[in-house]
Design a protein around this ligand. Structure first.
Ligand code: SAM
Length: 247
């Protein structure tokens, strides 16, 4: 099955962009995922093909019209009815690895990219759309967010990373950050790779990695650490834990 991404964007030329190279680019060539764009301007009704208007109540900037965006969403739904529809917005729920895993295990995703001051809120009242944020900062448009979300999904598609790396050990997969990594040369600028990693004792290496993953998570991401400590169900990477329960 080909994972299909539909992107609603005023800038279709931004796709696949960087996802046309490297791991994702190869996966696209191999037919593991596909990318279609839909330009909301095609659904505009005036001669200027306007998609936006001034904010109700006044204020700076322009707002994407609900009627035009809904027409584009309905078109996307006709083409792919079973995929979740996400809108990129800083007002949305923060994206997590658990949600990425869920999306990657489905048929695809439709992503609506905002611009200007964002969307007329009635779009979200009228259509089943999940509002998603990629972090607590403001981008100029949703396209970069869509690329981030797609990159995170594509690497998890079957066969994309190869058998040697399933991504199971990465940061967030078990509720913590990953342990620190090292490689040759063994000594660099007077700094030596931790002795345990050179010991060949896999039980000791596993214990050291677990301890460092936990310590770094506690120090760098107290929010993650608190959820991890409270149990796997609270973890933002709970998808892996839930999958295991199903087996
Ligand atoms: N007025 C909006 C606000 O303050 O919440 C910001 C609009 S932003 C300038 C334009 C578009 O960029 C948004 O509609 C959204 O699609 C995208 N965007 C900006 N920051 C984002 C974030 N953190 N996560 C996801 N999308 C974002």
């Amino acid at each position: 099955m080909t994972f299909t991404a539909q992107i609603l964007t005023l800038y279709p030329e931004m796709f696949p962009g960087p996802l046309g190279t490297s791991l994702a680019g190869r996966a696209m060539e191999e037919g593991k995922w596909a990318c279609d764009t839909i330009n909301p301007r095609e659904f505009a009704t005036d001669k200027h093909r306007s998609v936006d208007d001034t904010p109700a109540g006044g204020g700076a900037g322009m707002v994407l019209r609900a009627d035009i965006m809904a027409a584009a969403v309905d078109h996307a739904l006709e083409k792919q009815e079973n995929a979740p529809i996400l809108a990129m917005t800083p007002r949305g729920k923060p994206l997590t690895q658990a949600r990425v895993r869920e999306i990657a295990s489905g048929p695809g995703v439709t992503i609506i990219c905002g611009r200007f001051e964002g969307f007329d809120e009635r779009l979200f009242d009228a259509r089943d759309i999940e509002q998603v944020s990629i972090g607590d900062y403001v981008l100029s448009g949703g396209e970069m967010g869509a690329l981030v979300l797609l990159d995170a999904c594509i690497r998890l598609l079957p066969g994309v990373m190869g058998a040697s790396s399933s991504g199971d050990d990465e940061s967030f997969e078990h509720g913590t950050l990953e342990y620190p990594q090292y490689t040759r040369p063994q000594k660099w600028e007077g700094r030596i790779i931790p002795e345990v990693l050179r010991s060949g004792d896999h039980a000791k290496i596993d214990a050291w990695r677990k301890q460092r993953a936990e310590e770094d998570t506690r120090l760098r991401r107290p929010d993650l650490w608190e959820r991890h400590r409270d149990g796997p169900d609270q973890s933002p990477s709970g998808a892996q834990e839930k999958d295991k329960d199903k087996e």
